[in-house]
Design a protein around this ligand. Structure first.
Ligand code: G6P
Length: 351
């Protein structure tokens, strides 16, 4: 097993570092630089999309909702275990199961339910020949390569990228889209090379709880940042929509609860998230912002995790890589069983 780690202390860290390569694999021969087309070998033209997924894959699906919505295609994401009591798909809806392993019982059952309801199904998975790929009408592979660490890292990034490609396969890709995709693996490499996440994990070691906030795509990124943190550090971590803080969670915020805020770009969402950052700062909470420097969020922060300037879609992936590193180093400081956290399994084949 040691040799499989290629010199890294844990598979999780190795897999975090594999992301530039796995993202390149996901893109390979799918994007035409000249024609502005994205060809994924799947034949779909949905009027609407319903995602079903669990855990980290649900967070990727949640990113997919924003990506489809931006492109004018209505989309919803459901926790697979709640799908039986969710609104049924309507005519023209594509039901997309997002699952790394392709074997998660909750997700497989939700897709079977969708088929019973007459919907067309698409699997977005990492594992060739997995049950989901055999049962769904069509499959889009994320091509991330094997993931051993129980906590999903590179597969989340590749799922989000694959869903972004799925959107572009419907709408066509502008020159700017193609450039953003082309730059993504290099930008992730830059984050990996320059990240100060270890220093931040050290600075906040021993805190009461860890909160993650964001808006738009940074909302699911915040949920994922918190999930990663709790899975492997066993510390209390929660992700919130930044605007929801004032409706309850703010009561938990103290000088002993660092708040991580993902704020990229210079638009309305960034402006509003900065407002929320000021709210927690006023309550004495330490603030860490993940930012591309296109806004003044850093002015209100105790620490900054930088990401290169990019398109907002790819910024979500970059911000998440920083949060993966924070979770990893926090868990490592606590000497946790990072690759095999207690009570968790890589793939859960029971409901
Ligand atoms: C388990 C794993 C999670 C994963 C979830 C969904 O709970 O511990 O890391 O996100 O299953 O797995 P899937 O293979 O369907 O993506």
């Amino acid at each position: 097993e040691e040799t499989g780690k290629s010199g890294y202390d844990h598979f999780m860290l190795k897999e975090i570092h594999e992301q530039p390569r796995s993202l390149r694999q996901c893109l390979r021969e799918r994007v035409s630089e000249l024609g502005g087309t994205v060809d994924l070998d799947v034949d779909v033209a949905p009027d609407g999309v319903q995602f079903v997924a669990c855990g980290t894959s649900y967070h990727a699906a949640f990113c997919g909702v924003s990506l489809f919505h931006e492109a004018g295609i209505p989309a919803q994401a459901f926790l697979a275990s709640e799908y039986a009591t969710s609104p049924p798909p309507v005519d023209g809806d594509l039901v997309v199961g997002v699952t790394q392993s392709g074997e998660t019982a909750d997700t497989l059952n939700a897709l079977r339910e969708a088929e019973r309801r007459g919907a067309e199904t698409l699997a977005v998975t990492n594992v060739v020949g997995s049950t989901v790929s055999r049962e769904c009408d069509q499959t889009l592979y994320i091509r991330a390569g094997p993931e051993i660490g129980v906590a999903a890292t590179k597969t989340f990034s590749s799922q989000v990228l694959a869903l972004a490609l799925l959107v572009l396969s419907q709408t066509g890709a502008s020159r700017q889209d193609v450039a953003a995709l082309r730059d993504l693996p290099g930008n992730v490499q830059q984050v990996l090379d320059e990240s100060n996440a270890e220093e931040i994990a050290q600075a906040y070691h021993g805190s009461d709880a860890y909160f993650f906030i964001g808006r738009g795509l940074h909302y699911p990124v915040s949920l994922e940042g918190a999930l990663k943190f709790k899975e492997i550090s066993y510390e209390h971590a929660e992700g919130f929509a930044a605007g929801e803080l004032k409706h309850g969670p703010l009561a938990l915020v103290t000088e002993n609860t660092p708040v991580f805020a993902a704020v990229t770009g210079d638009g309305e969402l960034a402006r509003k998230t900065i407002g929320n950052v000021k709210e927690v700062e006023a309550r004495g909470a330490p603030v860490v912002v993940v930012t591309d420097g296109r806004n003044d969020a850093a002015r209100y922060a105790d620490h900054v995790l930088e990401v290169p300037t990019s398109d907002e879609r790819t910024a979500a992936i970059l911000a998440n890589v920083q949060l993966q590193l924070v979770a990893y180093h926090a868990a490592d400081l606590l000497d946790r069983s990072i690759d095999k956290p207690r009570n968790l399994a890589k793939s859960v084949t029971v409901e």
